[in-house]
Each structure stands twice: as structure tokens, then as C-alpha cells.
Design a protein around this ligand. Structure first.
Ligand code: 5GP
Ligand code: ZN
Length: 115
């Protein structure tokens, strides 16, 4: 937990968010500035600044994050057409919040390469 971290505050419900899933380990919520018809963020309870700080011990938690994202993709009925799962990591990749978060993006065609 980090006192001044936006996503720690969302996990602790100190800042409101449109939650779509919550358990002991992870929370999923609507991105405040969606860039696709489906844009949900999945975050762990643990304050981990970026993917670059992950260790093998985080494996089960990461699997849980992907499982939750997949389940939301099923619920939003984008599982067949496809979706994108993204971890922006570091400044040049556009990471703006330094608490690990998985972007679930879908509902439109995604370009490649990304911008
Ligand atoms: P990043 O740019 O770090 O990969 O992603 C951070 C994401 O968090 C952005 O897509 C941004 O719109 C979202 N975000 C930033 N502040 C808030 C907030 O207060 N509430 C919610 N729900 N999303 C936020
Ligand atoms: Zn945090």
C-alpha cells in the first residue's frame, strides 16, 4: 500500500470508481477516460509500481488478473471478436499511474502497431 497512490486509494474505496469486479486480491473498474467501447482496468491489491517490478512470486496474482479480464470480456461479449490486454510500462510506453494495471480494451478494431 502506498499512501498517495491513486489506484491504492481506489482499492481502499477512498476514491470512487465504477467497479465491475472485486475480490480479496484484485479490483476491476471502468477507465475514467475510455479509449474503446470496453475499457476496464484490472489492478492488484498490492502496490507494485510497474510490470518491471514483478517477481515470480506474483505469478498467481497475475494469473488471477488475466482470469478476471477474460471473465469481463465474456460478460461484455467481446470474447469471440477479440480484445487487447495491455500493460503500459514506463514513460515511453505511456504509463501514467505507477500501480500495475491491466487494460482490457475491446469493442472496436485495434490498430497495429500501436501508437
Ligand atoms: P496508463 O496510462 O498508466 O497505462 O493507464 C492509466 C489509466 O488510468 C488511464 O487510462 C486513465 O484514463 C485511467 N485513470 C486515471 N485516473 C483515473 C481515475 O481516477 N479513475 C479511473 N477510473 N481511471 C483513471
Ligand atoms: Zn498503489
Amino acid at each position: 500500500m502506498a499512501e498517495d497512490c491513486l489506484f491504492c486509494k481506489i482499492f481502499r474505496r477512498e476514491i470512487p470508481a465504477k467497479e465491475v469486479f472485486r475480490d480479496e486480491e484484485v479490483v476491476a473498474f471502468e477507465d475514467i477516460r475510455p479509449v474503446a467501447p470496453v475499457h476496464v482496468l484490472v489492478i492488484p491489491k498490492e502496490h507494485i509500481p510497474s510490470v518491471h517490478d514483478l517477481t515470480p512470486a506474483h505469478g498467481p496474482m497475475l494469473a488471477r488478473m488475466f482470469q478476471v479480464a477474460n471473465r469481463i470480456a465474456d460478460e461484455r461479449k467481446i470474447d469471440r471478436e477479440g480484445y487487447r490486454l495491455t500493460f503500459n510500462t514506463g514513460p515511453q510506453a505511456g504509463q501514467s499511474v505507477y500501480h500495475v494495471h491491466l487494460h482490457l480494451l475491446g469493442g472496436r478494431t485495434m490498430g497495429w502497431p500501436p501508437g
